[in-house]
Design a protein. Structure first.
Length: 147
């Protein structure tokens, strides 16, 4: 019975596969042409509790706009979204955390109602902003990565 070496040629095949692939001319890129492979680090920050999304850049923007504008309607309009969507985002976070982020109040016969971001809301904005700023500082100090 003749012995067959199952590994015969395996090393050569592995070495062939492990070589970096060069772009082919048929794909429109010459192997001699320098490609731009500069990469920049980036991120998107959000806050979670027990692995569940709670607060991110969209919610931060909504609460900040409500704080600046004094009403959910004006805050939502400033961001180009509906009142209902902005209100829904706020209520979802409030339900998840069990705290009030935005208090609304009714106006008189001429309207004049509004919204006020609570201390909890301001503290959550401050927390998110400080962590986000720290990440931004790290990114500003980082260099481009060249592949």
């Amino acid at each position: 019975m003749q012995r067959v070496n199952v590994f015969d040629g395996a090393i050569e095949s592995y070495c062939e596969l492990s070589r970096p692939l060069l772009p082919r001319k048929e794909f429109g890129v010459s192997p001699k042409k320098k490609r731009n492979l500069k990469l920049e680090p980036n991120y998107k920050l959000w806050l979670e509790r027990d692995g569940k999304y709670i607060f991110g850049p969209g919610a931060y923007g909504i609460i900040k706009a409500v704080h600046q504008e004094g009403t959910i309607t004006k805050g939502a309009k400033k961001l180009g979204m509906s009142y209902r969507y902005a209100w829904g985002v706020i209520k979802k976070i409030e339900t998840e955390l069990g705290i009030i982020l935005v208090e609304t109040y009714k106006g008189g016969t001429d309207g004049g109602g509004g919204a006020r971001v609570t201390e909890y809301g301001l503290e959550l904005m401050k927390l998110y902003s400080s962590v986000n700023d720290a990440f931004n500082n790290i990114l500003e100090d980082s260099e481009q990565l060249d592949l």
